[in-house]
Design a protein around this ligand. Structure first.
Ligand code: F6P
Length: 551
């Protein structure tokens, strides 16, 4: 296999050249032609794994395209790269770390060795502690300072220490103990803290401070506010032990903050923040849905891991999604990718994927540090259907940009209500099916005219079609299905990172803004200082200070 450190330049490989040539021959082909030429297309281009069904027939591909994409993946050493990740090789080269979120869901009796040590027993030791703690909170055995049962959890964290548990809590709310609600505070904008805490019954509140590094400004600032609330309310720092737990890899910083490390749940530097929802970072979720629900969630990840490791690339869900993304990103020039869940419980799914995908593959140099000569990670965005249909779908249908979409739907509703004799869920899913059909096939000039449309409106009412979509159809939104879905996207991002020769596991791009903010903070208060920024930044700071009444 080409070494992970020493990949040949992507666009100069014969596999890439073959795809370029093929693209020129297929670019003008319409999905109407592809479906017209093969009545079995809707069955042929499908795959199934870990309980998820994928129909990828409404993509601008042929069997030849698929074959060429798979060849590219093979030439990039994907099979060995998967093995390298799962076996704990230090593939996060810039940080010298293994990438082992998959060990977080490994079966208790399995073995994953990092630096000569099997890490699976450690994973399960933390998991057991999380489960025992969750049970004690849920049962009321664990109480606040005054002996009251905990009824509200406030998760304080940002990025991966917020988006994962928040998305999963929202997604699995149906399975949650409604006697314990969870709130998520992330932003350093005090509004987030204020609006989430003004009505709290502090005797019944537990703060979970989540931070991998325990150095993140936003999280520490919010945690300080929370600590003050508790100490002021109960008049003693002793109350902190009954109202705070921490989740971190940094025991020293947790202790320095004033949280007893007995009340800390750990994880490891080989878990990236955006890959950490199934680590102790998911503590709020374990408490909300219970240990059995969380075990089912992890089993879903594990099932997708197995599928990813073993399914042939042509039938491998993460490989297919990854390669189709490469096809549009690098050959069709698509700039973005929409994720459209037809399930209100998945309303934060796109936000979660934004970090997972864009922080992983928003990179401009290869693993060896050379600037890339091709497009890397797309802009990920989306909203649940049908809301999005009444907002931005217009552009997807008739705009000038090509936006490949993933539609995610479930056959069974968790809230099977009826309205006017119709199942609400059928109304929802009819829209899911209708949209992918409309995007693929559109409405021709002739069809519009045949409807008797006035001449001056004909072009406005034509739908070009040929807009590619993936359809994920899942039986029911369960913890297992959500785990499999998240793992699907984790591995999709991995596949693309391998093809593009990126380190998907660092995030140096977030540093510069943090450093500059630290420098600017003291300039925003106190006596006037001479500002050494550019003229725009200087003027903005001056105006800000003036409007704050400082100068
Ligand atoms: O600044 C980006 C980032 O490092 C993310 O990668 C991470 O998920 C987030 O900040 C929060 O980091 P931590 O969990 O260490 O507080």
């Amino acid at each position: 296999m080409p070494s992970l450190k020493n990949q040949p330049e992507l666009t100069s490989t014969p596999e890439y050249a073959a795809l370029q040539k093929h693209y020129a021959s297929i670019e003008g082909t319409h999905l109407r032609e592809l479906f017209g030429a093969d009545a079995t297309r809707g069955e042929k281009f499908t795959a199934e794994g870990a309980g998820l069904f994928l129909d990828f027939s409404k993509n601008r591909i042929t069997s030849e395209t698929l074959g060429l994409l798979v060849k590219l993946a093979e030439a990039r050493g994907l099979r060995d790269a998967i093995e390298a990740m799962f076996s704990g090789e230090k593939i996060n080269l810039t940080e010298g770390r293994a990438v082992l979120h998959t060990a977080l869901r490994a079966a208790r009796d399995s073995s994953v060795v990092v630096d000569g040590k099997n890490v699976v027993p450690d994973v399960h030791e933390v998991l057991d502690r999380m489960n025992a703690f969750a049970d004690s909170v849920r049962s009321g055995a664990f109480t606040g300072h005054t002996g009251k049962k905990i009824k509200t959890l406030v998760n304080i964290g940002i990025g991966g220490s917020d988006l994962g548990p928040l998305m999963a809590y929202e997604a699995l709310k149906h399975y949650s103990d409604r006697g314990v609600r969870v709130r998520y505070v992330s932003n350093v904008d005090a509004t987030d803290f204020a609006e989430n805490t003004w009505d709290l019954e502090l005797e019944e509140t537990l703060f979970i401070v989540c931070s991998k590094t325990f150095t993140t400004l936003e999280t520490l600032a919010n945690a300080e506010l929370a600590k003050k609330l508790i100490v002021d309310r109960f008049g003693t720092v002793d109350a902190v032990a009954k109202h705070f737990v921490a989740v971190s890899t940094n025991a020293e910083a947790v202790g320095a903050f004033g949280i007893d490390t007995k009340n800390m749940f750990g994880f490891w530097d080989w878990v990236g923040g955006r890959y950490s929802v199934e680590s102790a970072i998911g503590l709020s979720l374990v408490i909300a849905i219970g240990p059995a629900g969380f075990a089912d969630f992890l089993a879903g990840f594990r099932a997708m891991d197995e599928h990813f490791k073993s399914a042939p690339f042509e039938k491998n869900l993460p490989v297919l999604l990854g390669l189709l993304g490469v096809w549009y990103n690098n050959f069709f020039g698509a700039q973005s990718h929409a994720v459209l869940p037809y399930d209100q419980y998945l309303r934060r799914f796109a936000a979660y994927l934004q970090q997972l995908d864009m922080e992983s593959n928003g990179k401009r140099v290869t693993r060896a540090g050379a600037p890339v000569a091709y497009e890397t990670g797309p802009i990920i965005w989306g909203e649940p259907g049908t809301n999005g249909q009444h907002a931005f779908y217009q552009l997807i249908h008739q705009g000038t940009k090509l936006i490949p979409c993933d539609f995610i739907g479930f056959s069974q509703s968790l809230n099977p209500l009826e309205t006017g004799g119709a199942a609400m869920h059928d109304l929802l899913m009819a829209n899911y099916f209708a949209q992918t059909e409309a995007l693929a096939f559109g409405k021709t000039d002739a069809e519009v005219r045949a409807e008797g449309t006035k001449e001056d409106l004909v072009q406005h009412r034509v739908f070009e079609g040929n807009r590619p979509t993936n359809s994920l159809l899942i039986e029911k939104l369960t913890p297992h299905a959500l785990g499999a879905l998240v793992a699907l996207y984790e591995h999709k991002v991995f596949v693309q990172g391998i093809v593009w020769d990126l380190n998907s596991f660092d995030q140096w791009g977030v540093e510069l803004g943090k450093v500059l903010a630290k420098k600017i903070t003291p300039e925003l208060s106190g006596a006037k200082k001479s500002l050494g920024h550019d003229s725009s930044t200087n003027a903005l700071i001056a105006r800000y200070r003036k409007q704050r009444g400082l100068d």
